[in-house]
Design a binder for this molecule. Structure first.
Ligand SMILES: [Zn+2]
Length: 174
């Protein structure tokens, strides 16, 4: 079966989300694509880094900006497994990313239509085109499975104890 570009890139975002799962982070992955090339990848490292800024989307935006040499990410498409939070939706608008493909929605915190829709706000001068539900089942199953593990106590209480060597290995596998 031939995959569409959206499916191909969302699969990569899902692969990254599984890496986050592997280090016991909420499994969210993100890639940014420019002219058919992935220029930024990220997965959630909030707990590992002990830093609220370390969401998948922000990490991917950082890398994409470095690649583009610009804070504007015009002409780029972002693929993210979960609907962005207020911080990330804000960064997407600020970076002027024109299109975002979302795996599954986040009714409790999503800002691309769930809690609010920052992608099409009257007062903001940038609109973001969005596509929802690419590999939606897979993205949502991954989230559910993660939170089931948390509820069932399958993760130790201290979730920040990823040895540095292991982190380096994960980083270089990006
Ligand atoms: Zn976020």
């Amino acid at each position: 079966m031939k995959l569409s570009d959206d499916e191909r890139y969302m699969r990569e975002a899902l692969r990254l989300a599984r890496k986050a799962y592997g280090i016991r982070e909420v499994p969210i992955g993100c890639v940014i694509v420019y002219e058919g090339k992935i220029i930024g990848r990220g997965y959630n490292k909030r707990t590992q880094k002990g830093n609220v800024l370390c969401h998948a989307e922000i990490i991917a935006i950082n890398k994409a900006c470095r690649y583009m040499g610009d804070w504007r990410l015009e002409g780029c498409t972002m693929y993210v497994t979960l609907e962005p939070c207020p911080m990330c939706a804000g960064a997407i608008v600020q970076a002027r990313i024109p299109r975002v493909v979302i795996g599954c929605m986040n009714p409790k915190a999503g800002c691309a239509g769930s809690v609010m829709d920052m992608f099409s706000m009257e007062g903001l001068n940038h609109r973001v085109e969005k596509e929802i539900g690419v590999y939606g089942e897979e993205c949502s199953t991954l989230m559910k499975s993660f939170f089931r593990d948390v509820r069932d106590g399958r993760f130790p209480r201290e979730r920040r104890m990823i040895p540095l060597a292991e982190e380096k290995r994960l980083e270089s596998a990006d």
